[in-house]
Design a protein around this ligand. Structure first.
Ligand code: DGY
Length: 326
């Protein structure tokens, strides 16, 4: 019997391809080419399944051209590249890769908060420009992290992992806002207090965004929200581009409405709005919060195992539309 055909949309570690090749006829993309929409749709239409990176659109238009397709397995936890209702209509299974990246992403989120609040990259750039000629008392004075108040918007697994680091490691008070309130057990575990978004923004010394992207979450932080924040506050976004209005943020940073921002994700990435690039009080990273080899390999393996389980047993480990399987 011929093996199902799957496509792996970008460069992955070779062991992932070796593993997949035991079960599938695999089209790889080890040159890491970025296809345009037509190229992507045409290729996807020639396969039964895809291991996607969380960035390739799988929407009504794409699905209509891919009648053979049965499953798309994202290696990311985020799945805003999927139109899940459309996938369900087309009986295409959707999966993501939760859990495996939680602690690594929380480490990074906390690191970005530290770098932003303590102005680490500003200091580095100053040295690199050759401007450092004497020590000064008020050199790159930043904001306290330990003992301060952290506000987390989006209190899923990653939000809770950041809260644990903050409360237990840095003695911070943790406020959170989420679509639904956590159980008392979860609140106690991360010593977090549920508040409204407005209260969080007004009280927090540092705000970290970990909310998944959806139309409703678009511009969760815009001009009105930035106006509620303290002028000494920092804002960290490790969620998704579009959660923050980047133009409004650049204005707030330039006018001193807030002190600093750390961004791992951007509206329209990999492009970064030029106004943000003009700000010195900002730390920028290229969507790498989950990027350690062990974690990225783990994420790819979750996606691979979803594909294998689907084609061998008719089930998956982390379904987004389980109704298709039923
Ligand atoms: C995720 O898993 O969603 C990360 O942002 C990597 O894309």
């Amino acid at each position: 019997m011929s093996k199902p055909k799957i496509i792996v949309t970008r460069h992955v570690y070779p062991e992932v391809l070796t593993y997949l090749a035991r079960h599938f006829e695999v089209t790889d993309n080890q040159t890491d080419q970025v296809w345009d929409l037509n190229g992507w749709t045409t290729l996807l239409g020639q396969h039964d399944g895809a291991l996607t990176m969380g960035i390739e659109p799988v929407n009504e238009q794409v699905l209509a051209a891919c009648p053979q397709l049965r499953i798309c397995a994202n290696l990311s936890v985020g799945y805003n590249n999927f139109d899940v209702p459309a996938m369900t209509r087309h009986k295409v299974v959707a999966t993501n890769a939760p859990d495996v990246l939680t602690e690594t992403t929380a480490d990074f989120g906390f690191g970005l908060l530290m770098a932003t609040a303590r102005r680490i990259t500003e200091g580095e750039n100053y040295i690199r420009r050759g401007e450092w000629n004497k020590w000064r008392l008020d050199f790159f004075c930043g904001a306290e992290v330990h003992g301060s108040t952290l506000g987390i918007i989006g209190m899923g697994r990653i939000g809770r992992a950041i809260a644990r680091r903050a409360a237990h490691g840095f003695g911070m008070q943790v406020l959170y806002h989420n679509r639904s309130r956590l159980s008392a057990e979860h609140e106690a575990e991360c010593k977090a207090r549920y508040v409204s978004k407005a209260e969080l923004l007004a009280q927090a010394d540092h705000v970290v965004l970990v909310v998944p992207y959806s139309k409703e979450a678009h511009h969760t932080i815009g001009a009105a929200e930035l106006a509620l924040m303290k002028p000494t506050a920092t804002l960290v976004n490790i969620a998704r581009g579009g959660i923050v209005d980047d133009v409004a943020l650049a204005k707030a940073l330039q006018s001193g409405q807030i002190a600093a921002a750390g961004l791992d994700v951007f509206e329209g990435e990999p492009k970064v709005h030029p106004d943000l690039l003009q700000c010195s009080n900002i730390v920028l990273t290229p969507h790498i919060a989950s990027s350690t080899r062990a974690t990225r390999l783990g994420m790819a393996m979750v996606a691979a195992n979803n594909l294998i389980a689907f084609f061998t047993e008719g089930k998956v480990l982390t379904p987004l539309n389980p109704e298709v399987l039923a």
